[in-house]
Ligand binder design. Structure first.
Ligand SMILES: Cc1cc2nc3c(=O)[nH]c(=O)nc-3n(C[C@H](O)[C@H](O)[C@H](O)COP(=O)(O)OP(=O)(O)OC[C@H]3O[C@@H](n4cnc5c(N)ncnc54)[C@H](O)[C@@H]3O)c2cc1C
Length: 468
């Protein structure tokens, strides 16, 4: 790829991955990021002296692409990975149970956890186990499955009690960022099958021990620069046009860039604005995907109130809570981050009302919090945290290819088969780079092997037919 130039627009995980791939393949890569940092939707900031993440991010052992990126960024020591899936579940009145997998092969690895799970009656445990087994037979790639809601499928399979809904929501809501009735059955089946039902270690949980930006910004920037990528921060692409044998990317407040290929790794609304008409996609459909919010509450207590690294909640508004004391580099007390997915209700709420509601709920779950003093409380709201993996969403998610061989799409929202995750973003970055590199190779081969000077160049519309 020597001599070829690629511009990557967007410095989230998808853009970082595709830029690294293209640079390692020998292309000259420029990465444009409109913000003053890399990492996109997964970042950290400092407030009240605390290093906080915009939202708690976890990944599973089956997130092989994200974990490989961590290795590439030399950041594996910055994350923790459970040796075995182990979720402490808290309920009001200090009730607690534990979902811990055994070493048996899937799906038997979950049998013991379900059998001893205290928030379900014996009958409910049997009903849930049966539905889990049925979910193994749901094909996530079947278009009809994607048209259906997960909630309706669960009801059809007898999952009707509040206890059962709470148990399914422990996994479904944080991974899909939607309520059961709003989520696509296909997307839910993909998550449960891959994470829990096919391979026993797949669902072991990992999370950052350091502020997210230490990995997704600092470590990523080092790796990109080492790979020869020209990283340009605070540089927003404002227009992409065809230019001779390649493309021209116009940037705010900077000279335009000429390049052979462009990877557009921005959120769907931005991609819709930037894609040239010749790309041959109905970009309005991207925005029809819609978005779903995530709200995080950041609470610093004067003492230790949570005795595990993280826990889920049932029959409480608290969905998940994480001990972030170490990653925040807090010397005194304990910093607990409460993560609220599908947070349509919490998004417009005032800080005061969130504080009243959730401090009371935390005191219900954590006996030690009842006598503790809250030193700091603040809220982060991500309005468009993820796309909505609703019934029918798959048809709105484009493949990386466009009709222009050198112009491709990347991002967790593209058609990766995964919900909006770091894993989906990284996978999309690899696919986009592969697509661009093969387009450049094809064009280079044709130029070398042909004496015909009229051969169409990389970025021209005529090449689109070549793909069919
Ligand atoms: C609060 C929250 C919690 C989450 N929790 C989890 C979790 O637990 N596990 C998990 O796997 N995932 C989680 N996610 C989802 C995950 O963070 C995203 O799916 C992933 O980071 C998306 O990466 P991306 O590269 O596709 O897009 P983005 O991160 O959105 O990156 C796009 C980048 O493009 C830049 N950009 C936009 N327009 C332009 C322009 N014109 N020019 C240049 N640059 C531009 C943006 O600034 C941004 O940096 C969470 C997300 C949020 C918000």
């Amino acid at each position: 790829m020597n001599g070829h130039t690629v511009t990557v627009v967007g410095g989230g995980l998808a853009g970082i991955t595709s830029a690294l791939d293209c640079a390692r393949a020998g292309a000259g890569v420029t990465l444009l990021e409109s913000r003053g940092r890399l990492g996109g939707a997964a970042y950290s900031f400092t407030r009240h002296g605390i290093h906080a993440d915009n939202g708690q991010h976890v990944f599973l052992r089956c997130c092989t692409a994200y974990r490989a990126l961590l290795e590439e960024l030399e950041a594996t020591a910055s994350v923790a990975m459970q040796p075995r899936l182990d979720i402490v579940v808290l309920g009001p009145g200090g009730r607690r149970s534990r979902l811990r997998r055994s070493g048996l092969p899937a799906p038997l690895h979950l049998a013991g956890a379900l059998a001893s799970y205290r928030f379900l009656s014996l009958r409910e445990r049997v009903t849930m186990a049966r539905a889990m087994l049925s979910l193994r037979n749901v094909d996530p790639d079947d278009g009809a499955t994607d048209q259906r809601s997960f909630g309706s499928w669960l009801r059809e399979h007898g999952q009707r009690t509040p206890n059962l809904e709470a148990a399914w929501n422990l996994i479904s809501r944080p991974t899909l960022n939607l309520e059961l009735d709003d989520a696509s059955l296909a997307q839910a089946a993909q998550v449960f099958r891959l994470g829990l039902l096919q391979e026993s270690s797949a669902g072991d949980i990992g999370y950052a021990r350091v502020p997210l930006s230490d990995i997704h910004d600092a470590a990523a920037r080092n790796a990109l620069i080492e790979a020869g990528v020209d990283v340009q921060l605070r540089r927003a692409a404002s227009k992409i046009t065809l230019a001779g044998s390649g493309f021209q990317v116009e940037c705010s407040g900077a000279p335009s860039l000429r390049c052979d290929a462009v990877i557009l790794a921005v959120p769907p609304d931005r991609a819709a604005q930037l894609l040239p008409a010749q790309a041959g996609l109905d970009a309005r459909r991207f925005t029809e995907l819609g978005t779903s919010p995530i709200v995080n509450l950041h609470v610093v207590y004067d003492r230790r109130v949570l005795d595990v690294p993280f826990a889920g909640g049932v029959h409480t508004p608290v969905q998940y809570l994480f001990d972030r004391t170490q990653s925040a580099r807090l010397a005194d007390g304990q910093y607990v981050a409460v993560s609220l997915s599908a947070a349509d209700e919490e998004l417009p709420a005032t800080i005061e009302s969130l504080r009243n509601r959730y401090l009371e709920a935390l005191a219900e779950l954590l006996p030690a919090a009842r006598n503790a003093t809250v030193k700091t409380f603040f809220v982060t709201r991500e309005h468009a945290a993820t796309f909505r993996a609703s019934p029918g969403a798959r048809s709105f998610r484009p493949a990386p290819r466009t009709s222009l061989p050198g112009l491709v799409l990347a991002g967790a929202w593209t058609d990766t088969g995964w919900p909006a995750t770091m894993e989906g973003a990284v996978r999309s970055g690899h696919s986009a780079a592969e697509e661009v590199l093969s387009a450049l190779r094809r064009a280079a081969t044709r130029t070398e092997s042909s004496s015909d000077p009229t051969l169409p160049p990389v970025g021209e519309v005529q090449l689109a037919g070549e793909r069919t």
